[in-house]
Design a binder for this molecule. Structure first.
Ligand code: FES
Ligand code: FES
Length: 183
């Protein structure tokens, strides 16, 4: 009996509804939308909300270009499924400024000229905002001395920002910008 004949006896696959409604609080505004279960937060932000600050660099959680804040914590939005974030508060780089007033991290990046092409910059800025909060909350990194308080020196900043790659190599200015904010 050939494989086609075998297949003829199989039951048809049941149709599964692969869409659900989710409510996301994006940059202070609640929105309910229907998402395909395979859609990431990054794709939802860019394609459904028109928020194109977060970038799709690798789409594999390796470059950090897609970094946003979810419930105050930095995440790689390319790795999160939107359907799993029902009720989450999401802040993108577009939501950091207070009206015309830039967030201190944004201002420091501008003043330090901490970018070249700018592709990684929204992710770098969101990551820095989340990182500063993590450090303020006392979370250690691999660069933190055991049983010591967190001191955000250049080594700590580089370690904590190591998930955000910059193909232009703007790292020295990025570290300086973050140091400015800390001061
Ligand atoms: S696009 Fe998400 S980590 Fe690279
Ligand atoms: S400024 Fe070009 S990738 Fe970072």
């Amino acid at each position: 009996m050939d494989s086609l004949a075998l297949g003829a006896d199989l039951e048809p696959e049941p149709v599964v509804d692969a869409h659900s409604a989710v409510t996301l609080y994006v940059n202070g505004e609640a929105t309910t939308l229907t998402v395909d279960h395979r859609t990431t937060v990054l794709e939802t932000l860019r394609e459904s909300f028109g928020l194109t600050g977060a970038k799709k660099g690798c789409d594999h959680g390796q470059c950090g270009a897609c970094t946003v804040l979810v419930d105050g914590r930095r995440v790689n939005s390319c790795l999160l499924l939107a359907v799993a974030q029902n009720g989450a508060t999401i802040t993108t780089v577009e939501g950091l400024a207070d009206g015309e007033s830039l967030h201190p991290v944004q201002r420091a990046f501008v003043e330090r000229d901490a970018l070249q092409c700018g592709f990684c910059t929204p992710g770098q800025i969101c990551s820095a905002v989340g990182m500063l909060r993590e450090a303020a909350d006392g979370h250690p990194s691999h660069a933190t001395e055991p049983d010591s308080p967190v001191v955000l020196d250049a080594d700590e900043i580089r370690e904590r920002m190591s998930g955000n790659l910059c193909r232009c190599g703007a790292y020295p200015r990025i570290v300086e910008a973050i140091e400015d904010v800390i001061e």
